[in-house]
Write a protein that binds this ligand. Sequence first.
Ligand code: AMP
Ligand code: GLY
Length: 413
Amino acid sequence: MKKVLVIGGGGREHAIVDALSRSNQVGKIYCAPGNAGISAQAECVAIKDTDVEGLLNFAMQNDIDLTVVGPEAALSVGVVDRFRSEGLKIFGHTQAATRIESSKEFAKVIMEKYGIPTASYRSFSDYGEALEYVKGRPFPAVLKYDGLAAGKGVVIAADEEEADRALKDMLVGESFGKGKVVVEDYLEGPEFSFMCFVDGHRVYPMPLSQDHKRAFDGDNGPNTGGMGAYTGLPFISDEEMDSALKNVLQKTADAMVEEGHPLSGVLYGGLMKTARGIKVIEFNSRFGDPETEVVLPLLDSDIYDIFEAVAEGRQAAPLKWSSDVTMGVVMASKGYPGSYEKGFGITVPSDATVYHMGTAMRDGKLVTAGGRVLMCVARAKNIQEAKESAYKLVGAISCDNLFFRSDIAHWAL
Ligand code: AMP
Ligand code: GLY
């Protein structure tokens, strides 16, 4: 039986651990650092996701057969390169390939060079030049910090004043560090997430999903890491999915091989269906969170097979997916994505699919320990039924300090 180490400690990693626990080849799962929910299915080890040497030593000492990387932070510090240099098997992209997410400019250059549809752009490192350029263009202005910014690197500025403030923050202030800003055209249309397992030229699509980035109902309030997700998008036809697979995901995989940085993990296309076709809003180099929590429960194949095939660079058997749909509601700490308190007690029904995003055990009790805390996931034959079950589950959770959106999947209903 195989021993697997999963790196990360959020809802995404809980869903990965859950999928691995359904594999009949996997005997033991470790998760670093994991969380309170994950500890029911995996042995959590207190190693930070970016502590490459700590992770490597752990994997060597414990004869880990395969390591699976969740967060981009771990990829971008080169955990994959380091594991491979020691001959260890690991699922995830190299540091160089991770730039498809970690550098907005790198991603834009690739898309332009290979004709992958996206908003046109210019990049700046000088505040004055950036401001001049933005002033001469229509608003809203889309400003993207060129580096990992934990989801806070994109500002859609409604007017000059807001753009000025954002550019100052990104290019002059201390909060981001010195970098560049990509200024791009503002696009409109429904957004969706298209994740694929990718190994060089080989691309294995997952079902489409849709995230809900704003904090409050009606897509209002500040941007968050994602407040809920579902699968079974009625507004993307099979033809559109095939075309996005061919013109975006496959082309990007091929481009990265051509550039000498083949992908070997998950490629996440954050796409938008505009009046002029499907365009790329962003790429991520890893599973989406909260998308993974609704997508992986639908995988009928053994997830260990695909992880291992990608890690070894060989062809995998085609993946089988359930035709059910899923829907999940995130429960977050009041105040999130701003400041919030932690340590509130939570009770969760034991037989439900609740992925833990930010929880901990304190004095033997489950408590809140993050901004996004839990995700309640339900599956059904159609989205209406899945929605009813997911919200029933939300209602069965008690905690004094959580809020959630009540309109997840509104685009589909
Ligand atoms: P990102 O971090 O690149 O996904 O951007 C965060 C959010 O900003 C996206 O989910 C979109 O809602 C929005 N956004 C990013 N780029 C654009 C664009 N070019 N036009 C309109 N909205 C955008
Ligand atoms: N749900 C968006 C992301 O994972 O980046």
